[in-house]
Design a protein around this ligand. Structure first.
Ligand code: ADP
Length: 491
């Protein structure tokens, strides 16, 4: 977490937020220190905004929606703006990737992958903008009935710190394609690329007031935004308790919400699987972004005849994993902040105290700066399915293994948490692939593969406590719009 600093503390990088097409500081003049997780050093600051700034930004977005050209612009023109934004992301790819990695501590190759996905989101939604349409409905004689998709109006997007560029892009791409205007509140731990994207949006021709970015703490700027009466729809990705608070705030105004609240996603390895093909995917699904991924594959269910084989192959791989600074581009970077590191340490300590065996542990690179927030990867097995480690999201590089007896047992274990975001199924048996895909309760199911965070074309969202609503792909355009039914009586 950052701390307040006065504006006079000279930082190397001190961008303003973007409200109504202009770069502006917080009304209070206060700023938040930005720390690089790789070394714990302050390298920038952002405005510490609150209710007054949110009022301005929502007012600008409201005006841009009600009076501006954006919502009435031909869809193809809105799409072209988004496509140009994607091209600008590509043009500034190195700058954005470096900024994202420094702000979040993620390895540079992950920062680059995030920029590629970001570019693709704007490209995808740029192309989709004029391809969504309504229906005509057979109705009574003498009538013509039709539906059209209309924007909600002002969309509030509250963005987490794990994939700031990508999650902003999936929200902004879909919302803007449908003609909404936006107020974005990025996470206080990772706001720098959001500010940069809002600047590039102006350069792409998106009118001022359409794409506003307000930085600040969740409990101040975030709370003011989610409760704002002039906001029409709220979309949030983050932790379940914060999601509950945001839904309660939005409920006071009876506003719609999209909630993406994380998971405890299983990968299920049957004895007939191509285990060699599965192993790197099983490891990557929990190591990517240091395990700070909503769709991290944090549980592996292994059929008993191959449990020892898979557990020992994973142990070997885990022992060789190394965490280090983002520039070093090792297996994983630092965690986002000291609180997150503490949370992971507490989970690991509690699991060890509960008698769960550590099968393997990676290491932190000897040369990693001492002030960085590193945690080595840890592999646990066999884990009690009722334990906290089996049930709760750690959001760190901690993997839990579980043996299972047969297919019904695998289904039961896979569905035995409050979450339901993603699942991976590894088997060569085609009929079983289909049965498992149907029975596992998850918003995305991968068969003989896994996609932690990828797939901009693929609808994504949760069952159960993982949330509701769908993002990504064409489906997100429905969440970011409402159906209007029009009935003509022409006799
Ligand atoms: P973490 O606890 O790891 O910071 P959160 O899910 O709380 O993760 O944060 C995700 C986003 O939600 C961030 O942009 C944060 O500022 C914002 N946020 C946190 N608390 C609130 C709140 N009470 N109301 C609105 N937004 C919030």
């Amino acid at each position: 977490m950052g701390s307040h600093v006065s504006k006079t503390v000279a930082d190397e990088l001190a961008p303003m937020q973007i409200i109504d097409g202009k770069s502006v500081d917080a009304v209070s003049g206060e700023r938040i220190n930005v720390v690089c997780p790789s070394d714990g050093q302050v390298f920038a600051s952002i405005p510490a905004s609150g209710k007054a700034d949110i009022d301005q930004a929502v007012g600008a977005a409201r005006h841009a929606f009600d009076e501006g050209p954006w919502a009435r612009m031909p869809a193809v023109e809105r799409g072209r703006c988004l496509t140009r934004l994607g091209q600008l992301v590509e043009k500034h790819a190195d700058e954005l990737a470096a900024l994202e990695s420094r702000d979040t501590g993620k390895p540079v190759r992950q920062g680059k992958a995030d920029v590629t996905a970001t570019m693709r989101y704007y490209e995808f939604y740029g192309g989709a903008a004029d391809k969504i349409h309504g229906d005509t409905i057979p109705f009574l004689d003498g009538y013509t009935a039709l539906t059209m998709r209309e924007p909600h109006g002002v969309v509030a997007g509250i963005i987490p710190w794990n994939y700031p560029l990508q999650i902003l892009a999936r929200v902004a791409g879909a919302a803007l394609a449908m003609g909404n205007t936006l107020v974005i509140k990025p996470a206080e731990d990772a706001s720098l690329t959001a500010i940069r994207i809002a600047e590039l949006a102006l350069e792409a021709g998106i009118p001022g007031g359409v794409f506003n970015v307000v930085t600040g703490y969740g409990r101040e700027a975030g709370a003011a935004l989610s409760a704002h009466p002039l906001v029409d729809y709220v979309t949030f990705t983050g932790s379940p308790p914060t999601g509950t608070a945001i839904q309660q705030a939005a409920a006071a105004n009876n506003r719609g919400v999209t909630m993406e609240l994380g998971g405890k996603s299983p990968q299920i390895v049957f004895a007939d699987a191509d285990i060699e093909a599965a192993l790197p995917v099983l490891v990557n699904a929990i190591i990517q972004n240091g395990g700070q991924t909503c769709s991290a594959g944090s549980r592996i269910l292994i059929e008993k005849p191959v449990y020892e084989q898979v557990a020992s192959a994973l142990s070997e791989r885990f022992s060789g994993l190394v965490a280090g600074p983002h520039e070093a581009d090792l297996d994983l970077g630092a965690l986002i902040n000291p609180a997150q590191k503490q949370r992971v340490e507490d989970f690991v300590a509690a699991a060890e105290e509960a008698g769960i065996s550590v099968l393997a542990r990676g290491r932190v690179h000897e040369d990693a700066p001492k002030g960085g927030y590193y945690h080595p990867p840890v592999l646990f097995g066999a884990v009690d399915p009722a334990s906290a480690l089996a049930q709760e999201e750690v959001f760190g590089p901690v993997l839990a293994l579980f043996p299972f007896a047969d297919e019904p047992d695998a289904v039961r274990l896979a569905n035995d948490t409050d979450f339901g975001l993603v699942a991976g199924i590894w088997t060569r048996d085609g009929a079983r692939q289909h049965r498992m895909a149907k029975r596992v309760r998850a918003g995305q199911v991968f068969v003989n593969g896994y996609g932690a965070g990828g797939g901009i074309e693929l609808p994504f969202g949760g069952f159960k406590k993982s949330g509701h609503g769908r993002e990504k792909g064409f489906e997100a355009l429905y969440d970011m719009s409402a159906t209007k039914t029009v009935v003509f009586n022409h006799g």
